[in-house]
Write a protein that binds this ligand. Structure first.
Ligand code: MG
Length: 392
């Protein structure tokens, strides 16, 4: 019996060592490894921030107007305090200008030991925001971990702390990315295949903003497979307002219900012209980064796409929702390529959203957390405290 138990322990230790080599981030998530630390864990009464890089592998090469990639750099964060751990994450798609190195440089400057309680959230997150002007994803990684920690200390999820509901939540849309043949035309077979993988959802998101021919081929190919409603993201790809309007009219006739960022983000007068004439609602994504942008966009767009990585996290996202509602603007929440940590943080807002684009964890092959579940295409929220995630 003893020998058997000894063997079991030996095997477990060997397996743990092998797992550490294969996936260090997994051990980080479960709390056994710290590769970055912003301050010494001198007292269990103090918050301790730790962090580690992680590479998210995409299930498919992801192409939007202007770029393609198969991995996304992420930095995972943890804030430990009195035996509780809050998880956070920064995701850095290349166009945002942050990298694992810049995020970790930022996190090394965050000194949480100067605060006595994680419930000093306003003070802590204002301090974090004031460290630099940009670094929104790095700031978000602290914000999410702090929210997760405080929710756990209170024993409640944030959707409930904020007084919101977990009933009748929206569907999340799921993205069918662009796929090109070697000659630069749309790879129709690949698009059909990708579309078939999305049919368990209720809403498809399509990335356009290409040439008119390719854009129309994408929609026509998807329509050969399904009549599910579509939202379109042009990622600033249509450069001229008359052309943008003609595309939107063409899309409206094919079951598209909303268009995100049709034109370049700085063209506000053109966006207002387009909004006055468009048969579909126009949402600002690249044009809307933080709270201070919302008022500028009023009148030019019907609504805003909030992303935690753009706006520094859950605290500011909630303020943006309050302001957008006051301005009678429509609200959507999107994501980057993210693990279930950031997706579950965003899902806390689900009851406030007209459109949810929270498929970032579905798009990656190596998620190391479990959190928000999509059931029959709909976002669901449980009673698990904080942001409701656990390491896998
Ligand atoms: Mg977008």
């Amino acid at each position: 019996m003893n020998a058997t138990r000894r063997d079991f322990l030996k095997t477990s230790m060997a397996m743990a060592a092998a797992a550490a080599l294969a996936n260090p981030a997994k051990l980080f998530a479960s709390g056994t490894k710290k590769t970055g630390q912003s301050q010494k864990a001198s007292s269990s009464e103090k918050m301790v921030l730790t962090f580690e890089p992680f590479e998210a592998r995409m299930k498919h090469v992801f192409t939007i107007s202007g770029s393609s990639r198969s991995t996304t750099p992420i930095v995972l964060t943890r804030i430990s305090y009195q035996g509780h751990v809050g998880y956070g994450e920064a995701s850095m798609p290349p166009y945002l200008g942050e990298s694992s190195a810049s995020v970790m440089d930022f996190l090394r400057r965050v000194d949480l030991s100067r605060f006595s309680s994680p419930f000093q959230m306003e003070e802590i997150l204002t301090y974090v925001d004031n460290i630099t002007t940009n670094n929104t994803a790095a700031k978000c990684a602290v914000d999410i971990a702090l929210h997760d920690l405080c929710g756990k200390l209170m024993g409640q999820p944030w959707w409930k702390i904020w007084g919101w509901s977990n009933k009748n939540l929206p569907s999340t849309c799921v993205t069918v990315g662009l796929a090109y043949a070697p000659d630069g035309s749309i790879d129709r077979e690949e698009v059909r295949k990708k579309t078939l993988e999305t049919l368990d959802y209720n809403l498809i998101k399509v990335k356009l903003g290409n040439t008119g021919e390719n854009d129309k081929t994408m929609i026509n190919t998807i329509r050969e497979v399904t009549n599910l409603p579509i939202v379109v993201d042009a990622n600033q790809g249509w450069k001229e307002k008359g052309y943008a309007l003609s595309m939107i009219e063409w899309l409206a006739a094919r079951g598209v219900e909303m268009v995100e960022q049709p034109m370049p983000k700085l063209l506000l007068d053109e966006a207002a012209w387009l909004r006055d004439r468009s048969p579909l609602p126009i949402m600002a994504d690249e044009a809307c980064q933080r709270l201070s942008d919302v008022r500028k966009l009023y009148g030019a767009y019907d609504g805003i796409n909030i992303k935690l990585m753009k706006c520094t996290g859950m605290r500011e996202a909630r303020e943006m929702i309050t302001l957008a509602k006051a301005l009678n603007m429509r609200i959507m929440m999107g994501c980057m390529t993210e693990t279930s940590v950031a997706i579950s943080a965003a899902a806390q807002f689900a009851s406030q959203l007209e459109w949810a684009d929270l498929d970032g964890n579905w798009l990656i092959a190596n998620d190391i957390f479990t959190g928000m579940k999509v059931v029959d295409g709909y976002i669901t929220l449980e009673d698990k405290p904080g942001i409701g995630v656990e390491p896998l």
